[in-house]
Design a protein around this ligand. Sequence first.
Ligand SMILES: *Cc1c(COP(=O)(O)O)cnc(C)c1O
Length: 468
Amino acid sequence: MLIREFDGREKSDLKKNLKRLWKLGAEEYNTQYFDINKGGELVVKEGHYQYNIINLVKKYGTPTEVFFPYILENRVRDMIDLFNAYIKISGYKGRFYYHYVMKVNQNKEFVLPAIAEGAHIEVSSANELYLVKRMIEQDKFNRRIRVTCNGPKTEQYIQLIEELRSKGLIVIPIIENHEELERLKKFKGEVGVRVNLDIKIQAHWDKKFNHFGFSEDELLRIGKIRNLSILHYHISTQIEKIDGFVKPLKRAINLYAKLKEKNPGLDTIDFGGGVGVPYEKKRKLYSLKNLVNQMIKAAKKESDKLGIKHPNLISEWGSYVAAPAQISIFKVQAEKPITGKADTKWYFIDGSFITNLTDTWSVRRQKWEIIPANHMGAGRMQKVWLAGSTCDSDDRYTNSGSYLMLPKFTEDVTELYLVVMDTGAYQDALGNHHCLLSSPAKVICQNGEVKLARRRETADEIGKQFGW
Ligand SMILES: *Cc1c(COP(=O)(O)O)cnc(C)c1O
């Protein structure tokens, strides 16, 4: 049903209420670019331009991922500006570097805009580093870019690191264990080490045992590491409170001061990822401004207390920049009563929580904000559980055993499209081919233009991957 045509004030109140209902236009939820048009459809704004999601659906079908590079660009630029501003205000003497985390989204359309905004790069495998090699060969970036290399260093990975270094790239392996330390003893460039800080914080991962990096004691025992310039840690993802950043940073600075006695070239702390994304638009998280301010203040205070030169700082905030830059669109194919739950219905979507939104069920047990792309002003609503298109009983979304409130199918509502927000981080690389469902189409919206970046996979293409 259309938004009823009230005149004047009443109409703008109705729109305001609908925006509140669907949590749109709110910076604290990363929905400041999202709005509703007069027809009750979702639009995404770029300056004064707007993309109508239903028009995209008509052209490209579903399931489709829509990527907005300008959202990613704005987030990268604002973050770098924010760090530099607080560094200046507080008289902090170290420099700030942002490293785009390849693992979060390796699509070329994501990586290139981030670099264009001034990001350096962090890779987690030989194959991700291989993409960096490809970019160099195509002369895609200036050689002063810095590339940090995490993850287990296979021989192939180390050889690629050495090859790129010999071509003049600043490529910095982050050493995780004694074997890597031994293998990289003669490495000519800078190296980093990863520490497993002895600290617990509130976050998505609060694993008791961490298998990454050296313990603090071990690092102190090792003492001197040739060409050491970076002390790195990465505690968790979706860190819940600012304290979860400030405490580890202080602890790392204390360790850094001790390591610096034997490693005078050590000049940088890389504090990894972990900034939370308000995936569920239920409660606000901390603001980035407040977070950055408190981190810089703490870094300055702690370094001054210890009488050391302020370290340079690296952030690898991945989900923060990438997640809100993409949405995924699905069509509701069918509805069905839920046996034993009379007030709620199944809505079947033409994609899958297992193959397209894999985090729902696997790595991060992700919760999503799911809203309609049309009929946003529908008069009648329905409690819903969503079912995906694989034959797997886990392919569903119940909002943690609760329900979603979505437009009810009526005479006016015969076609319904759903948008899953914040799907820009991790989902593409985690996606899979369970039941041989196709990967979605990928569409890019920038400068008022809409481009198809990747077609939806065909049966033939999938068949090939399985030897057919
Ligand atoms: C995954 C990862 C990140 C990114 O984490 P987010 O929570 O997405 O910000 C950063 N650094 C390292 C080493 C990682 O493994």
